[in-house]
Design a protein around this ligand. Structure first.
Ligand SMILES: C[C@H](CCC[C@@H](C)[C@H]1CC[C@H]2[C@@H]3[C@H](O)C[C@@H]4C[C@H](O)CC[C@]4(C)[C@H]3C[C@H](O)[C@]12C)C(=O)SCCNC(=O)CCNC(=O)[C@H](O)C(C)(C)COP(=O)(O)OP(=O)(O)OC[C@H]1O[C@@H](n2cnc3c(N)ncnc32)[C@H](O)[C@@H]1OP(=O)(O)O
Length: 415
């Protein structure tokens, strides 16, 4: 949280020194070679959002990730940090042969398509695992590999809906809303898939065998919501949507507008923290209903909202700074990157093109992720280099190129 005055400046300076020290202690090449997933080869078939995110996580933690792009520059190249790109036409038998050859030396292949697409190519798990029994074949789909809906198109909001979780999200008297595409695409999808891959890699150290991973966003999201299932009969969930403790029903777990049109987040659940909130707001506990008196929550919310509307966000930050009242400013992405606490920890980093991104999490003490700071690859930028590495001869590569089975692109000099 931001403070003010001399103390604030002192903290900023210390934060800057800390940053400088961190830069000087930047990991050496030797340390880079000890990232957690160093040496793991991953072939990621290019997809929309969860697949690229899963591949980025693996690359951040040291895996060599190759993104397999289609020909013809689709322009969908986000979250490609630290990856290389190979453009290959899988609709041609020669393209399929190239992929089978690559997969013989891969640790992981990850595909984001509708179930059946890989089989249609002749690149289903039976075939690739026969070629390479140590291969981990990760399938990241929406509804799962089998089942009535498995082949139907869908996006985050649909998977969230089917998992049951969407029914719980939203304010009272409003229709349910999806919090961006964070929960199913990334929480239930890419993170769960990355976990599956790491688990399978770990298991392979014992069995020396690969396996197939059915990571899907409906089940991943349902699993992510285990807390809901395990607590749904408790008192704090038995009201309708938007009327419970954690879903915007309670005044002490809410967001409030400040006098300058910004917002504060309040999460003062425990009585001792709630008491600090009331004190900070300048209200009197004795004049308020009991914290857990649900029938009074609407009224209490109004009182809190009136109080918050009297001061600016910075003023509230000063009041609550360093207290246990569980009150924080709601920061924009840009403000979050500049926030003193986040700066002190290095929560965000800037790449060579001045783009700011969140640092990979979690932070491992000995072998932390070291995200690439270089620009994302262009589609097909590394096609030739990758094929050479995998033992393709110059003649073979030229033939594939002239037959338009592969595509290469060369970055233009920025003169
Ligand atoms: C909410 C998120 C989605 C966010 C997406 C946004 C990021 C994008 C949405 C709109 C985009 C913009 C728009 O397109 C306009 C611009 C276009 C420009 O090019 C770029 C800028 C744009 C502004 C663009 C920017 C962004 O892209 C957008 C804003 C999600 O929920 S993501 C999760 C989605 N669901 C899943 O992943 C579940 C599993 N997957 C599926 O169910 C399906 O894949 C899916 C997603 C329903 C798509 O179905 P589709 O029929 O298209 O594909 P599949 O059935 O899976 O089959 C794949 C086909 O691709 C062929 N193929 C693949 N690789 C190759 C290859 N190397 N060679 C040859 N062919 C290949 C494969 O053969 C299949 O083709 P066929 O059907 O012909 O066999």
């Amino acid at each position: 949280m931001e403070g003010s005055g001399r103390e604030e400046k002192g903290r900023r300076r210390r934060g800057g020194e800390e940053e400088k020290r961190k830069r000087e202690e930047a990991p050496s090449d030797l340390e880079r070679s000890t990232m957690a997933l160093q040496g793991v080869r991953v072939l990621e078939l290019a997809g929309l959002a969860p697949g690229p995110h899963c591949g980025m996580i693996l690359a951040d933690f040291g895996a060599q990730v190759i993104r397999l792009d289609r020909l013809g520059h689709q322009g969908k190249t986000w979250m490609a940090r630290g990856k290389r790109s190979l453009a290959l036409d899988l609709k041609r038998p020669e393209g399929v042969s190239v992929m089978r050859r690559l997969c013989k030396r891969m640790d992981v292949v990850m595909e984001p398509f509708r179930p059946g697409v890989m089989e249609k190519f002749g690149l289903g798990p039976e075939i690739l695992l026969k070629d390479n029994p140590r291969l981990i074949y990760a399938r990241l789909s929406g509804f799962g590999q089998l089942g009535r809906l498995s082949k139907v198109a869908g996006h985050d909001i649909n998977f969230l809906a089917l998992s049951g979780v969407l029914s719980k999200l939203g304010r009272s008297n409003e229709t349910p809303y999806a919090p961006l595409n964070l929960l199913a695409d990334f929480g239930g999808g890419s993170l769960t898939c990355a976990l599956g891959i790491v688990l399978a890699l770990y298991e392979r150290t014992q069995s020396d065998k690969g396996q197939v991973i059915d990571a899907n966003m409906v089940e991943g999201t349902a699993y992510l919501s285990s807390f809901l299932w395990h607590s749904k009969n408790l008192v704090f969930w038995n009201q309708p949507r938007g009327k419970n403790i954690l879903d915007s029903g309670a005044p002490f777990y809410e967001t409030y507008r400040t006098s300058d049109g910004k917002f504060m987040a309040v999460g003062a659940i425990e009585p001792q923290f709630y008491a600090l909130l009331i004190k900070g707001l300048g209200l009197n506990c004795d004049e308020l209903p009991n914290q857990l008196s649900i029938s009074d929550w609407e009224e209490t919310k109004k009182k809190f909202a009136d109080a918050f509307a009297k001061k600016t966000q910075a003023e509230w930050c000063n009041i609550f700074d360093g207290t246990d009242a569980c009150v924080t400013p709601i920061l924009s992405l840009e403000e979050a990157a500049l926030n003193e606490h986040n700066q002190e920890r290095g929560t965000f980093f800037t790449d060579e093109h001045h783009n700011v991104s969140p640092r990979p999490a979690p932070l491992l003490s000995r072998t932390p992720a070291i995200p690439s700071t270089k620009r994302d690859p262009m589609e097909g930028e590394h096609t030739k280099e990758i094929l050479q590495e995998f033992g393709f001869s110059e003649d073979e590569i030229n033939q594939l190129d002239s037959d338009k089975i592969i595509e290469t692109s060369t970055p233009k000099a920025n003169l």
